[in-house]
Design a protein around this ligand. Sequence first.
Ligand SMILES: Cc1cc2nc3c(=O)[nH]c(=O)nc-3n(C[C@H](O)[C@H](O)[C@H](O)COP(=O)(O)O)c2cc1C
Length: 210
Amino acid sequence: MRLSYGQAGLSESEVGHDPIELFKKWLGQAVENIMVVEANAMVLSTITSNVPISRSVLLKDVSAEGFTFFTNYLSRKAAAINENSNVSLLFPWYPMERQVIIVGSAEKVSAEESDEYFATRPWGSQIGAIASAQSSELDSRETLEARYAEIAEKYPEGTSVPRPDYWGGYLVRPISIEFWQGRYSRLHDRLQFVRSDSQNMDWRVKRLNP
Ligand SMILES: Cc1cc2nc3c(=O)[nH]c(=O)nc-3n(C[C@H](O)[C@H](O)[C@H](O)COP(=O)(O)O)c2cc1C
């Protein structure tokens, strides 16, 4: 259980001034690393009534604006974001002795962007997204499968499936991005980029004790 870390270091001189660029570099390396399963999976944490809860979602886009994922707008996470848009994202790239922790504010992407992404999804996933009232109580598996069959009959494979208005994307605009790299003797490298607000393009980088 006690691994000795030491694959690579992280120095101020090599990271540059743009954490999004550094994130893209790390994501690319994670995607290429066969030991990392689902490199674009991230843990999304939200708060409802002061109670935090986490779950995994898939990162579908990263840009200078932030990090985008797609989900159900009536889900538990959507209700939480509606109440408090402050969220955290965590990428656990354990085989690379790395993690990235992001703090920011989530907002819905445009309907056009959601339409565009929905149209690229496999037919089964499109039907599944319509069929599932995500996070609400389900009386049985059979009910869900019957609902899936009903929707599949309405929109047979090969036809265009409309995006339901209760499904779409969120963009998380970061105000803090921390890069963690495991090092020997628990002297890990932690570089945290922070900025005052998501419109400010001037990031300040600070080194944190491990
Ligand atoms: C690896 C992985 C990736 C996932 N990706 C997504 C996703 O992109 N969108 C989504 O809505 N749920 C995704 N899920 C399911 C969520 O973790 C979660 O169960 C679901 O969104 C309901 O969360 P909520 O009830 O807190 O809203 C994923 C689960 C795993 C394990």
